[in-house]
Write a protein that binds this ligand. Structure first.
Ligand code: SAM
Length: 211
């Protein structure tokens, strides 16, 4: 049990949305969605006390860059101290909806991966759509937006992505979907959008024409 996480949950229950960090099984599932064989530019939304960040930094290339967006000032400060010796990390105590602005200020053209633990389900629809639009706009062709969430309701807001793959991780409190929203590479056609769902071992694949 992380005391800072519990303390911040008591103070800001809707925003922090959990009393315990993600389980090692969920963290591994999220990490498995990313390829770290080369330098990557990555944004993480809502690191909390940094359970995914620590795992990511163990795997990430030495020349990768990671921007952490943490809205809670105490958790942001905790992460600043925790990752002070790692030059790949920058902690931004701000809303993740500012990603395009923050990237532009830093001369970052696009991200390889954006991954998120923020509670989208309690956010209003316009804000959700704005963040999903910005995610698509800020990803490189071939990049992924990865999210772990109790529900998969965000799919409705991610229709501009070219493929959505989802799996269920039961080994977390509470169980979560890990969903990858993929933006096609420059050479690929965006005409076919595929939604793959894998739930409790059963898999459904739907293809539909979008152009
Ligand atoms: C459920 S916790 C996830 C923490 C951690 N990633 C984990 O897996 O244990 C959600 C975190 O997102 C942060 N958060 C919520 N809304 C945010 C936003 N709009 N921008 C940035 N961070 C946000 C909260 O302060 C909290 O630390």
């Amino acid at each position: 049990m992380s005391m800072i996480f519990l303390k911040r949950f008591i103070k800001e229950p809707t925003r922090v949305a959990s009393i315990i960090p993600s389980s090692p099984m969920l963290v591994n599932r999220v990490m498995a969605t990313m390829d770290h064989s080369a330098p990557r530019i990555i944004a993480e939304y809502g690191p909390g006390e940094g359970v995914h960040t620590r795992a990511l930094l163990k795997r990430a290339h030495k020349d990768s860059r990671l921007l952490l967006f943490e809205l809670d000032p105490e958790l942001a400060e905790y992460n600043r101290k925790q990752f002070a010796d790692d030059k790949r990390v920058e902690v931004i105590c701000d809303d993740c909806e500012k990603l395009p602005l923050i990237a532009e200020e830093r001369g970052i053209e696009a991200f390889d991966y954006i991954f998120s633990g923020i509670p989208f389900s309690t956010m209003d629809k316009d804000k959700k759509q704005g963040i999903m639009d910005a995610n698509y706009q800020c990803l490189k062709p071939g990049g992924d937006f990865i999210i772990y969430q109790i529900t998969n309701e965000l799919k409705r807001f991610g229709e501009h992505f070219d493929r959505i793959d989802s799996s269920w991780c039961a080994m977390n409190i509470p169980p979560m979907y890990v969903t990858v929203y993929h933006k096609n590479g420059a050479a690929s056609s965006a005409r076919v959008r595929r939604i793959n769902e894998s739930e409790n071992g059963s898999e459904v694949i739907r293809d539909r024409e979008t152009a």
